[in-house]
Ligand binder design. Sequence first.
Ligand SMILES: C[S@@+](CC[C@H](N)C(=O)[O-])C[C@H]1O[C@@H](n2cnc3c(N)ncnc32)[C@H](O)[C@@H]1O
Length: 445
Amino acid sequence: MLESTLSARRAPPGAEENDGDDESKTRKHAPLHSRLNMLLSPRLGPFTAATTASPSPCLAFAFAVPLLVCFAFVYAYFSRPSTCACVSTHDSLSRIAFLGGGSLEGLASDFGSLGVPWCRSKQGKMVEWTSKDLLKALEEFVPIYETRPIQNNMYGMGFDHSFGLWFMARWLKPDLMIESGAFKGHSTWVLRQARPETRIISLSPRHPEKYLRKGPAYVDVNCTYYAGKDFVDFGNVDWRSVLKKHHITDLSRVLVFFDDHQNELKRVKQALKAGFQNLIFEDNYDTGTGDHYSLRQICDQFYIRGGGHSCFKDGDEARIRMKRKKFWDKAVNINELCGPGEAWWGVRGYMRDDFNHSNKAISYAEHFQNSRFIESILDVYWELSPVAGPSLTHQTRYDPARSSEPIIEDGRFGMFKRLGLTKFDSSVFNGYTQMVYLQISASPS
Ligand SMILES: C[S@@+](CC[C@H](N)C(=O)[O-])C[C@H]1O[C@@H](n2cnc3c(N)ncnc32)[C@H](O)[C@@H]1O
């Protein structure tokens, strides 16, 4: 049973892996009419196996008519309107209709089919990098990741987010990098790989050096630690004097990375107050999941394309979610998504904070206002895509239906292999939670 579930995840029906051809995509079955043609063709059809001579046209006709009637029934049954692929998968109503066919095909590879709500920015500004840049950088990052000092970073970042952080730090070329939430130091190491000469400030209640006693950890020589007895929460740091000490005058040249599991609305407000503009959040949890209120949750709104939910227990969303829950550990069913009073926002109507050590029920109106606030200060919102489709990575946790298309699509095994990604244990691909980059600035008023 377990094996059949796993193989269903690994090789979605129709996704064929092609070793040699990088450009190969998921191979589709031939259309029904061409399969019918093949079956009825005198040269290739089943009759040729039984006879060496060509069958007479009458005999072929006698067999063909009942067969045609039979196939017409099968065709009519399987081509019900729900399988129409002519709709935008981001539109809530049409995506429900699109998924309503009851077919298991594509469970692994239907990226974004349950909606991928993105926060709206003030001017609709986009990031400068393209998917081509990401793919090129991926090739460079694989050998770097292989040399990571903490090979098993359980509870910390895996491959996808390590790549995302490294890529953005390298692209943005900040003069100072601030990290909140260091754990054993893996993310500090990633930042260092991206910017060998740039100063890092790391805030974490426990100093990474403490982990060295028990196993691998990373302590950086060009990093100022506010950790252990010197720990100060990001929101309580006197940034003006710290930045002065580091001779930083242009705050647009500072990158702040949060992996501290704090309410992201709170962190955005604190960052805004200090004047920071470039923020990365590692755990951008989807609605109904995670231990803190995230940007993804904040912008999951009915008025956002791909956002909003229905708590109707007999509805299409409930049925689709129930199905997906069997395949993906982090998929949430409708009971997990919706709390009392059909509260689906945040986590069952709660705004979680501090590893869920604290949480607060919020009304739908508050949730809505939070989104409008974020929009008012947002210049750029960009979610990292997963590095590769699940038939390649064998990841079993995040549900592709709630994330954007991967950098390497399912079926492109040749590319996955050529980039060296086959050498990693599948567990390093299990930590994807929509890492997000934000550019913020106060509205001129
Ligand atoms: C998930 S771990 C970070 C993983 C790390 N970034 C990595 O990639 O390996 C979360 C870290 O946040 C720390 N933390 C808890 N509260 C914090 C706070 N208020 N500010 C900064 N870090 C905090 C925890 O002690 C823990 O080390």
